[in-house]
Design a protein around this ligand. Structure first.
Ligand code: MN
Ligand code: MN
Length: 309
């Protein structure tokens, strides 16, 4: 692959991880609010002000970014995929008393701590968005290798969430992120979204009703609806976080996708400058390191999706 194609991928990778953190921090303000409550309080929420039910400082991130950092640090530190290293980082993170943690994530981390369990048993209650919210580092690491993506996406998901809808969403988003990182256009990304819907019609989003909860189906619909009905990083994220519900998580997932697709120039400086500086620095560093891994797989992947001019 040409040097500038690799540089382009690294730049999109950094924008994706930065976008994830920005979306998390922006959405935390409106998490659990309804669109009407958001409109009453903020008219349109579009400023990095923190607050929300967690009473955050402006630019502070939550579990979505922190768990993504746990995954990314483990892959980079190990120089590859070591699931126990990821689980160990989750344990250390949980012991640090994070500002928020989902109940399904807590159970999975606890079961690893107590029983060394690396795969949760299937559960009807595991159809939350907790595995998808931290998928990005796995997608960056596996770029160009669909079989590796499938395996790693499911392994990291089932540390806490073992449900077919969560698995399917993680694999589909991994593929969408891979294509976006390689410069695919929105038609190619939409075709990948339709592949998910062909297999699991429940994810249809063309008649989006505005439900934006933590159920994986609502999360996927919210992110895809706003990504495909807007034409900038900012418009996509403003749409998502003003939908409320699990706004930090839909913001994080949408931020990762929009960051990969639009690249770093489109992330508003008024948002990225407000982001917690140590988080901003670390996501840039880890994204670059992840994008530089498995270069052989990346090199053979370039022809699969046409790059746009
Ligand atoms: Mn969160
Ligand atoms: Mn959330």
């Amino acid at each position: 692959m040409e040097t500038n194609a690799l540089a382009e991928i690294e730049s999109r990778a950094r924008a994706a991880f930065l976008g994830l953190a920005v979306g998390d921090a922006l959405g935390a303000t409106t998490e659990f609010l309804t669109p009407a409550e958001i409109a009453r309080q903020y008219k349109v929420h579009r400023t990095m002000i923190g607050g929300g039910w967690l009473h955050l400082k402006a630019g502070a991130v939550t579990d979505d970014t922190e768990m993504s950092l746990c995954v990314a640090r483990a892959i980079v530190a190990q120089g590859g995929w070591q699931l126990p290293a990821i689980a160990d980082n989750f344990v250390a993170w949980m012991r640090s008393k994070p500002v928020d943690i989902g109940s399904t994530c807590r159970k999975g981390i606890r079961d690893y701590m107590l029983f060394n369990l690396l795969e949760q048993p299937y559960s009807d209650n595991a159809a939350g968005n907790g595995a998808l919210m931290r998928l990005l580092p796995t997608a960056l690491y596996t770029l160009g290798d669909d079989a590796l993506l499938t395996r790693c996406a499911i392994e990291q998901a089932r540390l806490t969430h073992h449900h077919p809808l969560s698995d399917a969403a993680c694999i589909a988003f991994g593929r969408i992120l891979h294509a976006a990182l390689r410069g695919a256009d929105r038609f190619a990304l939409h075709a990948l979204a339709r592949q998910l819907i062909a297999e699991y019609p429940v994810f249809r989003f063309n008649d989006y009703r505005g439900h934006a909860g933590g159920y994986i189906v609502e999360t996927v619909q919210t992110v895809l609806h706003y990504f495909f009905t807007t034409d900038s990083f900012e418009a996509c994220l403003v749409g998502i976080v003003n939908q409320g519900g699990d706004a930090d998580t839909t913001g994080a997932i949408g931020g990762a996708l929009a960051g990969a697709f639009y690249g770093p120039e489109q992330i508003p400086k008024s948002w990225s400058r407000k982001l917690n500086p140590s988080v901003a620095g670390e996501v840039q560093h880890l994204a670059t390191a992840l994008a530089r891994m498995v270069p052989a797989a990346k090199a053979k992947a370039v022809s699969a999706v046409p790059l746009h001019d």
